[in-house]
Design a protein around this ligand. Structure first.
Ligand code: CIR
Length: 255
């Protein structure tokens, strides 16, 4: 179960966020509204939500998932591979918030790069995607830190997706949403795989929170599959975040 969630309000500069999508620029006021709805949905799951102030110098800073990995034993501040995002990981308000919850704070160091959107937690084990943002040195550091605390990790090379959790979502109880390049990956054969169709691939970025699953609006086949598994579904519109390659998981740290 998760007790706590940290989010950051989207910045007024969100339209300048990094993107590979060709869906236009996010509309700031709409992003703010969608973010408020996201926080309301999280609140329904029983977690305590810490809301950090926006940072206009970092257009992507609402995607807090990338700047820290929150485990049951420690928080690990990452070192984002995207240069425009690197200093997001050192923002004092985030560090202060994490220090309020964790006794142990660790750091990924140069030459390692990690964005924690590349890391999927399954119990005490962590799958770490090697991507354009997370390198081998970063993954090696991450695994050493995890092992120091009795946790474990392994790397998963990525082919196409931005982050590991762009195409995978662990819903607990061995249920794993899989899209695209992960459908036939032998690494995930032991899970009860719920395959997501190509035309709803973005919908694979769901999050499990305390028996609920937050599902992005506009992915009815994904929603149905998750409802059929017996989860309580909360639908949240993320259209403005999608325009800059972001989704439900990217918008929070859950621990
Ligand atoms: C980026 O390219 O870094 C942002 N525009 C999107 C980050 C999405 N984060 C995630 O998937 N964990």
């Amino acid at each position: 179960m998760f007790k706590n969630v940290i989010v950051r309000v989207p910045s007024a500069t969100i339209s300048e966020g990094i993107t590979s999508a060709h869906e236009g620029k996010p509309i700031y006021t709409k992003a703010l509204m969608q973010h408020e709805n996201y926080v309301s949905a999280l609140t329904k799951t029983g977690v305590n939500v810490t809301v950090l102030e926006p940072h206009d110098e970092f257009p992507d800073s609402c995607f807090v998932e990338d700047v820290a990995l929150c485990t049951s034993k420690c928080a690990i501040i990452t070192r984002p591979g995207a240069l425009s995002r690197r200093k997001e990981a050192a923002l004092p308000d985030m560090l202060e918030a994490l220090k309020g919850f964790y006794e142990h704070i660790e750091y990924i160091k140069d030459p390692g790069t990690v964005e924690a959107g590349d890391i999927m937690m399954v119990g005490d084990h962590f799958y770490i995607g090697l991507s354009a943002r997370t390198n081998q040195a970063g993954a090696d550091q991450m695994i050493s830190i995890l092992e120091k605390y009795g946790l474990s990790g392994q790397v998963v090379p990525l082919k196409k997706v931005l982050h590991l959790k762009t195409g995978l979502a662990y819903l607990e109880n061995n249920n794993l949403l899989v899209a695209g390049e992960f459908k036939d990956d032998p690494e995930f054969a032991k899970f009860n795989k719920i395959e997501i169709d190509e035309d709803e691939a973005y919908g694979a970025n769901c999050i499990w929170v305390n028996g609920y699953v937050l599902v992005p609006a506009g992915y009815p086949k994904v929603q149905k599959k998750i409802e059929d598994l017996g989860y309580k579904v909360l639908v949240v519109d993320t259209s403005e975040f999608r325009k800059i390659d972001g989704g439900l998981s990217c918008l929070s740290l859950r621990f």
